[in-house]
Design a protein around this ligand. Structure first.
Ligand SMILES: *[C@@H]1O[C@H](CO)[C@@H](O)[C@H](O)[C@H]1NC(C)=O
Ligand SMILES: *[C@@H]1O[C@H](CO)[C@@H](O)[C@H](O)[C@H]1NC(C)=O
Length: 441
């Protein structure tokens, strides 16, 4: 087990950017003293084991690591905590870095570990941070003026190649936010800000910064691959009907697909359009009896007309690179140390019976001859990912409100720089938990 940790630790060292050389390998514990049992029943895929490393937390949303291997956690409705690990691989200290009940998801750290960012619904903040003392300096508002709406989280990412640049996302304010097609609304969008130029009161989200991508209904999680390209997971819409031969047909059970988007290199890409609120991705093509050309992952419109139809989307909007089952509710994505797999947490559904989601999936990736990283599966695949951890019976999981359920509600996903595996979080309001999923073979 220790040997495995060392091997993976070395892999982490060799990969670019975000994983730091100073982090020593740690063993995978078989259990952690003082941590209560995993709260909800689960199934792990063969070759994986699950250890709960932290419990009794508020709603865990995001996990990042400092350069010394300390785990920093965003807990919605509470703030930001930092956790150290003992030689046994278990947490041996937990302290609050920032207490702020408005913080609800976004959390990012510069690669040098010296600047921490977090977001509330309306603003993004920064603090100086010292990994050795695990203390933050004074809070500074870096961006403000984001809208409120049904999607209240604002994901953040520091661009590893240029850490003064920060991506900040805002989702749509409704299931169909028709106005969000206009970038000036500052919704369904990811903007990029040069924080070194932030005015004293912070940037205005709507009028400042540059547009990285838009037409993104709720790009709630995104991460970079070792080449610096950003990959995002997108929650798509609910209660869909499609006008087919003059009739409104209910297609909501298996459409639209949730998306995995290749969002491009943040140093080069600007103004890329991903389709919302006009173009959505197909999960189950059999629901589209009026257009047999559609495949899984193709874009479609709700109501084709003579000036704009499915084909118009497929020439104008960037289609997802891969899709997930409708209503999975992907929240976070993370690569392993050599980017041979991406992992995605599925928060779970309310708009589908039987329910789906409540799991962590693994997407095999490959490095192309060009040096680009890409999923192994083609874009029209319905089998491009597999479950590695899930609620025992996802189809019977309830989803009353955003954080209640009789099952785990998976959120954070982050690969451990100490080589133990994938850390995932749950924001079930009954208990915030963090699990370590590690490979046994
Ligand atoms: C946690 O474990 C580390 C590694 O053994 C040790 O350096 C540190 O002092 C421990 N911290 C506490 C609070 O026990
Ligand atoms: C055709 O569909 C597009 C896209 O949904 C929409 O923006 C446009 O208003 C529609 N045109 C007409 C004439 O209905």
């Amino acid at each position: 087990m220790l040997f495995r940790g060392l091997v993976l630790g070395l892999g982490a060292l060799l990969s670019a950017g975000h994983v730091q050389a100073e982090v020593a390998a740690l063993p995978v514990p078989s259990s952690c003293t003082g941590v209560a049992a995993i709260r909800f029943s689960y199934t792990a895929a063969s070759g994986w084991k699950v250890v709960k490393v932290a419990g009794g937390l508020k709603q865990v949303r995001t996990i990042v690591w400092d350069p010394l291997g300390n785990m920093i956690v965003s807990q919605a409705l509470k703030g930001i905590s930092v956790h150290t690990f003992g030689a046994d691989g278990c947490v041996n200290s937990t302290t609050m870095l920032v207490s702020n009940t408005q913080l609800n998801h976004g959390l990012a750290l510069t690669p040098d570990g010296k600047t921490l960012y977090a977001s509330s619904e309306r603003a993004a903040y920064s603090w100086s941070y010292d990994p050795a003392t695990r203390k933050v300096g004074t809070q500074k508002t870096v961006v403000q003026g984001m809208d409120t709406g049904i999607h209240s989280t604002r994901n953040l990412l520091v661009v590893p190649q240029q850490p003064n640049m920060v991506l900040l996302q805002v989702g749509s304010n409704a299931n169909f936010d028709m106005a969000a097609g206009d970038k000036a609304t500052g919704r369904a969008i990811i903007k990029i800000f040069d924080i070194s130029k932030a005015p004293a009161s912070g940037f205005n989200y709507k009028t400042d910064g540059e547009v990285f991508g838009y037409g993104l209904r709720n790009e709630i999680g995104f991460t970079t691959d070792p080449a610096g390209v950003v990959w995002g997971v997108e929650n798509s819409g609910d209660d869909f009907t499609r006008t087919q031969n003059g009739r409104n047909v209910d297609i909501h059970k298996d459409n639209p697909a949730e998306k995995l988007n290749n969002l491009g290199d943040p140093l080069k890409t600007r103004d890329a359009w991903y389709g919302y609120p006009t173009c959505f991705a197909v999960w189950d093509p059999s629901a589209f009896t009026d257009n047999k050309a559609l495949k899984t992952g193709s874009h479609f419109v709700l109501s084709p007309n003579s000036s704009f139809n499915d084909a118009s989307c497929n020439t104008k909007a960037i289609a997802p690179r891969l899709t997930f089952q409708a209503h999975s509710a992907p929240i976070w994505n993370a690569f392993d140390a050599d980017a041979s797999n991406m992992y995605v947490t599925f928060h779970g559904s309310w708009d589908r019976q039987p329910a789906t989601g409540f799991k962590v999936v693994q997407i095999p990736f490959t490095k192309l001859p060009s040096g680009a990283y890409d999923p192994v599966a083609p874009a029209d695949s319905m089998t491009g990912y597999k479950d590695i951890f899930s609620a025992t019976n996802p189809s019977s999981c309830t989803a009353n409100g955003l954080t209640q359920s009789n099952c785990v509600r998976l959120t954070a996903a982050s690969w451990d720089p100490a080589g133990r595996g994938l850390f995932v979080g749950s924001d079930n309001s009954a208990e915030g938990e963090i699990y370590l999923l590690s490979k046994t073979s």
